[in-house]
Design a protein around this ligand. Sequence first.
Ligand SMILES: [Zn+2]
Length: 306
Amino acid sequence: MAAISLIQTTHEHNPPTHHAPFPPCKKIVTIWDKSIGQRTETAQPAKLVATCIKHMLLTENFSVEVLKQFPVNTPPDHQMDCCIYHPGERFKNNACWDSLEQAVIYGEVDDPDLIPDAFIRSLTTAAHEFGHAFLQYHSREGLVRHSQSGAIDESFADIFAIMVKHFQKGIVRIDDFTDWRIAAGIYKNDPEKPLRDLSSPVIYHANIYDHRDVDGTIYNNSGIPSRAFVMAAHTIGQPIWKVIGPIWVAAIGKVESNETLADFAQKTIQEAERLFDEAIAKAISDAWDVVGITPGVETIEKTNDI
Ligand SMILES: [Zn+2]
């Protein structure tokens, strides 16, 4: 199978934010017009355009109704849109949140293993990219796109996406059959196979920290905090958007640009105590323990030969 690019943001480092409000979706979709060499608004919403808008609206609705994170008024220049079929190798077989263009961008798909328009059709792909946008606006400083902070960034985008999915599908039971898949249904020959599965770090992620810090390691390492989230969700047993999700969101709001996993773990426990109770905080603390992170203490080994 050809190597599939992973979902990523365009820029190495989300620009510093000013605790700006997360902007509402602009609800337009631009498309690359080859005849004029630039993006234009589409005249007649075709099916894919309608799908983009639907995913934007579902994600926005989740943020407004569940996370209560959208303000009513935002400046008009702080609006997001979607661009589909962006040309160039950079975006090919991929999607990204472009923090400068304020847009979710979908590249062309020409990988024979992927269904046509695979990422546009995937709600969790759109929600993952908007998760990066959410983090950019909600966090204190944004997160540097490498090492542990990069892993937290990718993990949070996946967690944001899975919250949108669970909320949209009404998934309230957390058990061995709970769906934790990101971008399922993008592969032609295996409709159940996802790009990532937050409950299966051994298959889709690293389960111990990879220090090489080259392209792709932040995606592998994102499995560590994502696994802690899933395990704590199992112990807590509530719909993820009601308890553990808001805890993660609150902790993300306090990260520093070079946040370590240990410091982030400590913030999730502190927010659990602040928002809920000691039992919830212990469930989260125990989950971090299982994935090898001691909250507040840098314990990750400095050598690793994955
Ligand atoms: Zn990403």
